[in-house]
Design a protein around this ligand. Structure first.
Ligand code: PLP
Length: 379
């Protein structure tokens, strides 16, 4: 029996975002083997295009066969050993996830926290790095739980001066704003395909600098995860191209097409498109009572965190999101962690960062909010 048709959704939450039709077409191509020369040529192309997007010459740049969280695990599992010191900037849920992952590896974690909706304090990070002298410093570039864009260079410089390797989470930023790992002095970075790359979830682009690869290859203890060990991944994703695990071939076809589309548009045009869409969204949401959580210079263009109108309440916001989904096919994101029930997260990521999508959401919201005002109150 054929499976029932799925509804069409406009995915304006924190990810996944809608997938470009050409990516879906690419994924529907007939399978070839993961060692077939035609597939390896596509893999070469993907790795080269990822280097371009990450702004790096790192040879060990590859699409890891797993989601963004595995990219995070890969960075920590390779660069940290039990007992190592690590300083982690925590500006939201994904900074906290980093701390959890690092502590499970047995590293000694020092967290530098900031209030939700604010950036990490560069001075506090610098002081802590100088005091702790960690092996690794890690933080999130685009904190999806709060909508904050973290300035990178000051913290990365302090880390490098203290001899630490720097890990950067680029899950939400890659493909939406320019990234320059080499210029910023980042040693390991990871992303995911379901946000600004406009592909389905399932791959985690990662990049390791030569310093990071050296750290991984001169460890006292083997990398605890066989699957994520860069020393072993290098066999397949490096020059040799020998079997390590079976690459998710169709997903790589899709990513190749997604990366071609980004190259064709150009990163500057893409960045401007994301900024324009976010600006129009905020202008339209303000009269409806939704105010930005984050101050102007640190707002993410691809993900807006908005405080809810006071009248909406916790139950009201969940009901309104449900009405948007059921009545208009539009998904927006709820608050996460400490911000659950008090903000919405509206993503305009990759292909979705278009004014027509902003208009669809604003029109639906205007209609729904007007109807709730007309509806008699029961209390
Ligand atoms: N880091 C950030 C900043 C994220 O936004 C996410 C997912 O939303 C992740 C890590 C984890 O990625 P995934 O859900 O693909 O495992």
């Amino acid at each position: 029996m054929p499976s029932p048709p799925l509804p069409r959704r406009l995915l304006l939450g924190p990810g996944p975002s809608n997938v470009h039709p050409r990516v879906l077409q690419a994924m529907a191509q007939p399978l070839v083997g993961h060692l077939d020369p035609t597939f390896l040529a596509i893999l070469d192309e993907v790795q080269e295009r990822l280097r371009g997007l990450f702004g790096t010459g790192n040879a060990m740049t590859l699409p890891l066969s797993a989601t963004g969280s595995a990219g995070m695990e890969a960075c920590f599992a390779n660069l940290l050993e039990p007992g190592d010191e690590v300083v982690i900037g925590v500006a939201g849920v994904f900074g906290l996830r980093m701390a959890d992952v690092a502590s499970r590896i047995g590293a000694r974690v020092t967290q530098v926290e900031t209030e939700p909706g604010t950036v990490l304090d560069g001075d506090a990070m610098t002081e802590t790095i100088a005091r702790v002298r960690p092996a690794v410093v890690a933080f999130v570039h685009a904190e999806t739980s709060t909508g904050v864009l973290q300035p990178v260079e000051k913290i990365a410089t302090a880390a490098r001066e203290a001899g630490a390797l720097v890990v950067l989470d680029c899950v939400t930023s890659l493909g939406g704003i320019p990234i320059s790992l080499d210029e910023w002095g980042i040693d390991a970075a990871y992303s995911a395909t379901q946000k600004c790359l406009s592909c389905p979830p399932g791959l985690a682009p990662v990049s390791f600098s030569a310093r990071a690869v050296e750290r991984a290859s001169t460890r006292r203890t083997p990398v605890q995860s066989w699957y994520l060990d860069v020393n072993l991944l290098a066999g397949y994703f490096g020059q040799e191209r020998v079997y390590h695990h079976t690459a998710p071939i169709s997903a790589v076809f899709g990513l190749a097409e997604g990366l071609r589309l980004i190259e064709k548009e150009g990163m500057e045009t893409r960045r401007a498109r994301h900024s324009e869409a976010a600006k129009v969204l905020l202008e339209g949401m303000a009269p409806l009572g939704f105010q930005p959580l984050v101050d102007e210079p640190h707002r993410l263009p691809m993900l807006s965190a908005l405080r809810l109108p006071a009248a909406l309440g916790k139950a009201g916001e969940a009901a309104l999101r449900r009405r948007l989904l059921d009545g208009y096919g539009i998904e927006v994101g709820a608050g996460l962690g400490k911000l659950a029930g008090s903000i919405w997260r509206i993503g305009l990521m990759g292909e979705n960062a278009r004014l027509t999508n902003v208009e669809s959401l604003l029109n639906a919201l205007r209609r729904e909010l007007a109807q709730s005002e007309e509806r008699p109150r029961r209390d």
